[in-house]
Write a protein of this length. Structure first.
Length: 337
């Protein structure tokens, strides 16, 4: 269902051939080719999270997704680690978009463009957005503090998005953080964004690789049910993030939020991944389907929008509900209230 007033034809939508201004956030190991393809088939932009994937497996994931969709999709890479080989693999596989995060995009711009992809880069401030544009990126993702997972800045979406839009106009801006329904999509479009970047909502997609315990906790969470901090830092130190409160978070808070290695239960193996890999209490790993043990104690990343997310749906239905809800919200605004 198209948005009213032609809002489905934002510059970003035209650039990528999207029919829905919705981007599925790259939610780490919860991302699957089936999820990315389903979002793209529904008119949005599906994303693969391939930061820690070998270059050969990057190609396999891209090809697996392409076998499920002929629509554009993208790949996300975190710049805390060198990504030249993975960017090269993305270029050789001709992905439509490469998204970078948590570092300087400049060393990757030319190679991404040489592969024919748009370069998206996530920022947490207007000044950082200006630097990204100067570096040559094509699209800026403005990530508000409400977002789940790793959070780069400390400014709320409502303030950050218009500041970034004003700073980089006419480049497209995608709004990330706090968008989980049509009202949120409508709001960020009105703020000047070209699309919404939604993560927590897509953790509840049927195609996402998410353990039932994680989903149940999202469903039960309120808007105050997350914590922002550096609790789950295994393998990625000094990286603030937002996750649901659980027994690990509560024990850490009761102890006064100590730094590693002095946290309660430091070094505990609390669960195992489907392949048997040990999962530690303060590790960065997420509980995917097939994980066993005390899954509740692991990192359950989610944004503050968990308070308005309730149901598991097919990814295509989620895209449709976001777009329909935005159209209804935009059509029902009453300035006389």
């Amino acid at each position: 269902m198209p948005l009213s007033a032609g809002l489905e034809m934002t510059p970003l939508c035209r650039m990528l051939g999207l029919t829905a201004p919705v981007v599925q956030a790259p939610v780490g190991s919860a991302t699957t080719p089936e999820l990315a393809a389903a979002v793209s088939n529904a008119g949005g932009l599906g994303m693969l999270a391939l930061t820690w994937t070998s270059p050969g497996s990057v190609r396999e994931s891209i090809r697996a997704t392409r076998a499920l969709t002929d629509r554009p999709f993208g790949v996300n890479l975190v710049l805390e680690w060198a990504q030249h080989e993975r960017v090269q693999a993305c270029a050789e596989e001709s992905v439509a978009a490469v998204s970078t995060f948590w570092g300087d995009p400049r060393p990757y711009v030319d190679r991404i463009h040489a592969g024919g992809a748009l370069h998206l880069h996530t920022v947490g401030s207007a000044e950082e957005a200006r630097r990204a544009v100067q570096a040559g990126v094509d699209v800026v993702v403005a990530q508000g503090w409400e977002a789940g997972g790793r959070v780069w800045g400390e400014v709320a979406t409502l303030v950050l998005v218009p500041a970034v839009v004003d700073a980089v106009r006419p480049l497209p801006v995608i709004a990330a953080g706090g968008v989980a329904d049509g009202r949120g999509l409508a709001a960020v479009l009105v703020l000047g964004a070209d699309a919404a970047w939604a993560g927590t909502r897509f953790l509840m997609a049927q195609e996402a690789n998410v353990h039932d315990e994680w989903r149940a906790r999202i469903r039960a969470a309120s808007e105050t049910g997350t914590v922002y901090g550096t609790v789950f830092d295994g393998g990625w130190p000094d990286s603030p993030h937002r996750a649901l409160r659980n027994s690990t978070v509560e024990a850490w808070e009761r102890a006064g939020r100590p730094a590693a290695p002095g946290r309660p239960g430091e070094g505990d193996v609390v669960a195992r991944a489907p392949d048997g890999t040990r999962l530690y209490r303060y590790g960065a790993e997420i509980p995917v389907r097939g994980a066993t043990g005390d899954v509740e104690a692991l990192a359950h990343y989610a944004g503050q929008s968990a308070g308005i997310v309730q149901d598991v749906r097919p990814a295509a239905t989620i895209v449709d509900e976001l777009v329909r809800g935005a159209a209804e919200a935009l059509g029902s605004v009453d300035v006389q209230r």
